[in-house]
Design a binder for this molecule. Structure first.
Ligand code: ATP
Ligand code: FE
Length: 340
């Protein structure tokens, strides 16, 4: 089976061809990161204009690289939620046009679900597992009991972890996206400030929730004092974020007695996060799985693969009567597509 995947939820235009026996045949991403760098974040109207320009050339390249014809595909998978509406609608419109002209099934995919299931493109992980999703827009914990069997444990009450990285990098004058820059700089620094670990060790309703905006303000106050070097502030900030992410995930592992953890999304590329997770996994007897770096950030291979699984395992397809959703939690998305 050959599935075409389309991803336009944020600022990257992605198209990929996934083959059920041969794996990823192509995974083309046209990144707008340099264009948005001047704004220190994604500027929605600009993102939408770029998607409009790029979508057909990216599709064309993905087919050429895969060495297939459009008529060879068995289905089209597209990101429906969550993301910037003005960006999502461009991928969705392209996917609907392909469905209409090719008369092939259209398969809806959730962006966060795809970030999680990207792991299966590199290794098998046994269900159930705890999934920590840490990206530019999300910080969420789920128990993934099986395909489409998702239990939401908690998420951020304000900023996402990646967003905090990007904002702190901007405050330090380091450029965008901030995550990889802080990751590198922190290696040269020491944890000279013990920043707060927000909501860590919390009992009750916030035990699996996150909050990073107070930490960001605490970092701002330190920067204004001009006492410590940038590398030391970067290191101190990173230690606090990583402690919270690992700590809450371990709490979930212990409470639910689960043996596997999958860490997904752009921040899962963080070297300190990986190091600390592997160490805790050894200590507490659970195994941690990270997708390879090229599958951690936004790409359409994860969309094509998740679409393939949806079609094969559930047979779920969608007609023309649906729209993109800016915010839609993964567990509720499953209800949404099954009603359509
Ligand atoms: P979402 O998936 O929530 O819609 P997104 O797709 O924009 O958001 P991703 O592409 O998954 O997010 O991740 C981008 C984020 O990952 C950025 O905030 C970036 O700073 C962060 N990031 C990337 N590499 C690293 C790293 N090594 N350390 C920390 N953060 C990182
Ligand atoms: Fe993403």
């Amino acid at each position: 089976m050959i599935i075409l995947g389309i991803e336009t939820s944020c600022d990257d235009t992605g198209v990929s061809v996934f083959h059920s026996e041969k794996g990823i045949l192509s995974n083309v991403v046209s990144s707008q990161v340099k264009l948005h760098a001047q704004w220190g974040g994604v500027y929605p109207d600009l993102a939408a204009r770029e998607h409009t320009k790029n979508i057909i050339p990216v599709l064309d390249n993905a087919l050429k690289e895969a060495g297939i014809d459009l008529l060879d595909i068995d289905g089209i998978a597209v990101t429906v939620a969550p993301g910037l509406i003005v960006s999502l609608v461009i991928g969705i419109s392209a996917a609907k046009a392909l469905k209409w002209s090719l008369k092939k099934p259209l398969i809806p995919v959730h962006h966060i679900e795809a970030h999680i299931f990207a792991i299966f493109l590199s290794e098998e992980v046994e269900f159930p597992f705890v999934a920590l999703v840490v990206s530019g827009g999300h910080t969420e914990l789920y128990i993934i009991k099986g395909f489409e069997d998702y239990l939401y444990l908690g998420g951020t009450l304000d900023d996402a972890a990646g967003e905090a990285y990007d904002k702190v990098a901007r405050m330090l004058g380091l450029g965008y996206p901030g995550g990889p820059i802080i990751d590198k700089l922190a290696k040269e620094g020491k944890e000279v400030i013990k920043f707060p670990r927000p909501l860590l060790g919390e009992k009750g309703k916030n035990r699996f929730n996150f909050s990073f905006s107070g930490l960001k303000s605490a970092v701002m106050r330190e920067i204004e004092k001009k006492i410590y070097r940038k590398e030391d502030i970067a290191r101190s900030f990173q230690e606090a974020v990583v402690d919270v992410l690992v700590g809450k995930t371990v709490d979930a592992v212990e409470e639910f007695g689960i043996k596997n953890v999958v860490v997904a999304g752009g921040v899962s590329a963080n070297s300190r996060l990986r190091e600390k997770f592997l160490k805790e996994g050894k200590r507490k007897n659970f195994s941690v799985h990270f997708p390879p770096l090229y599958l951690c950030t936004d790409n359409a291979a994860m969309i094509a693969y998740t679409g393939y699984r949806r079609l094969k395992e559930k047979g779920t397809t969608i007609g023309y009567d649906f729209e993109g959703k800016a915010r839609l939690r993964l567990d509720r998305f499953v209800q949404y597509i099954n009603q359509k």
